[in-house]
Every structure is written in C-alpha cells, then in structure tokens.
Design a protein around this ligand. Structure first.
Ligand SMILES: Cc1cc2nc3c(=O)[nH]c(=O)nc-3n(C[C@H](O)[C@H](O)[C@H](O)COP(=O)(O)OP(=O)(O)OC[C@H]3O[C@@H](n4cnc5c(N)ncnc54)[C@H](O)[C@@H]3O)c2cc1C
Length: 483
C-alpha cells in the first residue's frame, strides 16, 4: 500500500520530495510538544501550489488523512503526524511574493519565517507586528493556523487582526481565495475562521499580511516587585489608566533567574516578579507616557523601576524575555509549556493558586507570559525519565487550564488546542457548541481527513474524560471569584 501510494505521489512530485524511509521520517515525528511522538506514514514536500492541490485531491480520492506542517515549532501537537497519513510539509514555500508599500501589505508563501517578513519590509520602513517568541523559526502558515500572538499583540492585535488575505486548498483540492489587500470583503468572515483553524479546514498556500510603519521611538520600563499579586495588580492598573503598551510582559522569580543567567539582560535576580512595559509612538508621546507609567508602577508598589536608555538596552531587556523558554529549559530535563488566558484582574490570584497547585503536585512552575493580554504561560518543570512525572505534569497542566476556565478565561491564548488540550475543550465548551464546531469542519472537509483527532473532541471523548462543561457553582475552584 505504502509503495503504491508513494509511486502515485512521485508521478507529480520530485523523487526526493516523497520520504518513506524510517530515518528520513524521524525529523517529522513531533512538533515543539516533544512528549507526543508518532512516525508519519509518509512525508511529502511539494514545491508548487499546483502540487499541493494535486496531492490533496489524490489523498481525498484515496481517503488518506493529511497533516500540514510549517516549521514544527507548535507547542500543542497540532502538527503531530498520523501513522496512517501523509505529513505535508510546507517547508519549501519560502518565497516573499510581494512587498507593496503603497498598500502596506506583503504577500508571502506559507513557509516564510515570521521574522523574514519584517526583514523584507524593513527597507521600506515597515514591519509585521505579531511577534511570537519563536519568530526566528516559525512559519507564517503556522502562525495563521494557530492565530499566534506575541509581545506586540497587546497593541497591534493577534495574527487574525493582521492577515488581509489567504489562498488555501480544501481537502478535495479546490483552491479558495479569501480577502485580499482591502480592509473588508463581502460575505461571511471566513478569513477570521481560517485563523486558528489548526490545519483542520484547509491547507494555506498564500498569505497577504498588513505591514505597519516602524514607530519613531520605543522605550521599555523594567519594574521589580517583591510580591507577585502586586505585579498582577500593576498590570490591571496600567491598562485601566488608558495606556495601551506595545508590550506588557511578566516573569516570576524562577523565570527571571533562568533568563538572567542565560541572556544577561540586566534583570534584578532578587525580585519576586518583574514587569517589562514598552511604549512606542512619537518621541514626545513616549517620553511623556514613560514618565506617567513609571509613577503609576511606583504607586503600585514596585521596588525599583528602570527605563531603557537606548536601543541597545531596550533590545537587551527584551532578549531576556524572548530567550526565557530555552533558559527555563536549562533548569530541568523537560518542561511542559501551558497556555491559558484569564481576565487581567485575576492575575495575582491565579498566579498564587498556580504556586499552590505546583506545591501539591511536587513540580516547580516558572511563569513568563503576556501579562497585558492575561495570557499565561506556566512552564512546568519535570523529568520525563522519572516514572510518572510526565503524567503528573499533564495533570497539573490540566488543572491550571481548568483554573483559567473557572475564572472566566480560556484554555488557549495562542498555542492552539492540538492534541494537548483536547480534553480541556470538554470543560470549556458544551456538547452543543462542540457539535457546531464539528458541523463547521464537515462543511470544509466532509470526509474528516484534514488533521483528524485534533482541536475539537468528539462527544464520546468528552464522556470518557468525564468532565463535560459544568455550570455555575459546580465548577472547580469554587473559592475563586468568578468573572
Ligand atoms: C520557544 C518557543 C516560543 C514560542 N513562542 C510563541 C509565542 O510567543 N506566541 C505564539 O503564539 N506561539 C509561540 N510558540 C508556538 C509556535 O511557534 C507557534 O504556534 C507557531 O505559529 C507555529 O508555527 P509553525 O510554522 O512552527 O507551525 P507548525 O508547528 O508546523 O504547525 C502548527 C499548526 O499549524 C498547522 N499548519 C502549519 N502550516 C499550515 C498551512 N500552511 N496550512 C494549514 N495549516 C498549517 C499545522 O497542521 C498545525 O496544526 C512558541 C514555540 C516555541 C518552541
């Protein structure tokens, strides 16, 4: 069966673009969530849009499942292969098709790295705003599929707010064009639907994104706190004061120490928490705003506040934050990165509760996250070689996500659901809501061949998980104030 199907693919793909030997399949066995692994049945690396269409049509006819893969940096197992399916890599689609300064857009192929868009736009004085910490490696196709966020998304929006047009194939090989270079288009907003669709509705082959003019000036404030709840309250106070920082990030003690040791960013290692708050705009706006936010942070109990003096210091301050994940990776053999979102006003309480859960489960948790968006990233430290520790990490992670739902938040901020959070979808949504999601998928992919088994659980799975959405007082963590 494998040989026969590989021969059919080789009829229109270059010979070395179809991988079937085990040693060639290993690089594709997982994404950034490496605790989950599966060898793909076959890997295909098409080079042209037409080849992608033909591949999908063939798979549709032969009822073979397909998992699209960008750079494989996803953290929820979205690109985890299927043992009986095709792993469709978009790695060869790396062309910047057009930078259009007059329309402030860039049109690119899906395998283009996030940072490469900004690099291409820079000579025109523009940049692409959504900046996941993985921006040096992750692909724009993956960003759209996960609706990725980043430090600057608080002010400039998530991927969905910065994508103007898409071309994608449905599973049966039909090419669909949505949007373009204009701000709106008629009909249902399918463009928004594709953002965050986790490779389950179509395979994206072209993307038109919005470019923004590079701000004249930007400065960062680094505020230290001796109490995590005070730092959480300061975040809420900044937003309530009317400022929309270009970035507002928080790190706790464990993350501060790891990042400082790794990146020498100048962080105060005796602080219990730090906030990084960036303001951008004209020089006057930034100078005035920085002075006001600095006062506010002091009033909120910051034990020290520093302002970046120049561009080099600003970049150094961010370098620590951007390197925090790999830095935390040096503290334990493995870490499990969670991704939940909560209403900002609950930050302090939820962080305190996470510390309590961490003690109960006996696994340390480092926190480094997009505080302005209320988007938490607890990093659970564990050792996969110790029997039972992965299971404990998963249980702790599950409880953290359920805690987010309990305070009115969500089980994902930007990393998607994938296979990782599929059980928690049963906590977040009712059976009826999940049925709607399945109907939507069936409209695009009636045979259910695109990335099956990810993101949206079947009701039977939820029944097995045993925690279908519960209402009101029956929710877990009754001691926490509801939204
Ligand atoms: C160190 C580190 C830091 C990170 N920081 C952030 C962060 O700050 N913010 C954030 O949002 N994420 C972050 N991530 C997660 C990850 O980088 C993003 O989810 C990213 O968008 C994934 O892109 P990718 O190209 O690697 O996609 P992949 O991992 O290859 O795929 C992700 C999903 O997209 C689908 N997909 C990929 N390409 C296509 C396509 N062309 N058409 C249809 N579906 C497709 C896949 O099927 C899969 O479901 C981080 C990851 C790491 C390892």
């Amino acid at each position: 069966m494998l040989r026969r199907f590989a021969a059919k693919l080789r009829a229109f793909l270059p010979r070395d673009a179809v991988l079937t030997e085990e040693e060639n399949l290993h690089p594709y066995e997982c994404d950034g969530l490496s605790a989950y692994r599966k060898l793909p049945w076959i890997v295909a690396l098409p080079e042209t849009v037409e080849q992608v269409g033909r591949l999908l049509k063939l798979c549709s006819e032969e009822k073979i499942s397909v998992v699209a893969r960008g750079a494989g940096t996803g953290l929820s197992g979205g690109a985890l292969p299927l043992e009986n399916g095709v792993l469709l890599s978009l790695a060869k689609f790396t062309r910047i098709l057009e930078v259009d300064p007059a329309n402030r857009t860039a049109t690119v192929e899906p395998g283009v790295r996030n940072q490469a868009i900004t690099d291409a736009a820079a000579p025109h004085g523009f940049y692409y705003a959504p900046d996941p910490s993985s921006q040096l490696a992750c692909s724009i196709g993956g960003n759209v599929a996960e609706n990725s966020g980043g430090v600057h998304c608080l002010k400039y929006g998530l991927t969905v707010h910065n994508v103007l047009g898409l071309k994608f194939f449905t599973m049966d090989g039909e090419l669909v064009t949505l949007g373009g270079k204009t701000l709106d288009s008629p009909g249902y907003d399918l463009l928004a639907l594709m953002n965050g669709s986790e490779g389950m509705l179509g395979v994206i082959v072209e993307i038109t994104v919005k470019l923004l003019p590079k701000p004249e000036s930007a400065q960062v404030l680094l505020a230290a706190f001796d109490d995590i709840e005070k730092a959480g309250a300061a975040v809420a106070a900044i937003i309530a004061s009317g400022f929309t920082p270009a970035g507002l990030e928080m790190m706790d003690k464990l993350a501060i120490r790891a990042a400082e040791e790794y990146a020498k960013a100048g962080y105060p290692t005796d602080a219990v928490a730090i906030l990084l708050c960036e303001l951008d705009g004209t020089s006057e706006e930034v100078t005035e705003g920085i002075a006001q936010v600095r006062d506010l942070l002091t009033r909120q109990g910051a034990t020290g506040v520093r302002t970046s003096k120049d561009e080099a210091e600003r970049m150094r301050m961010w370098a620590g934050r951007k390197a925090a994940f790999p830095a935390v990776g040096r503290l334990a053999p493995d870490y499990y990165c969670m991704d939940g979102t909560i209403p900002r006003k609950h930050l302090g309480k939820v962080l305190a509760k996470i510390s309590e859960l961490s003690r109960e489960h006996g696994l340390p948790v480092a926190n480094v996250f997009h505080a302005g968006d209320g988007n938490l990233h607890p990093l659970i430290l564990y050792d996969a070689n110790k029997p039972g520790e992965l299971k404990t990490a998963e249980e702790l992670g599950g409880e953290i996500l359920e805690l987010c739902v309990a305070v009115g938040g969500t089980i994902t901020g930007e990393h998607g659901v994938g296979v990782e959070k599929i059980n928690q979808m049963c906590v977040q949504f009712t059976k009826e809501e999940l049925t709607q999601f399945h109907s939507l998928k069936a409209a695009f992919d009636p045979q259910g061949l695109l990335n099956p088994g990810k993101a949206v659980p079947k009701p039977a799975r939820c029944a097995e998980f045993g925690r279908m959405h519960v209402h009101g007082g029956k929710l877990k963590f009754p001691e926490l104030e509801r939204f």
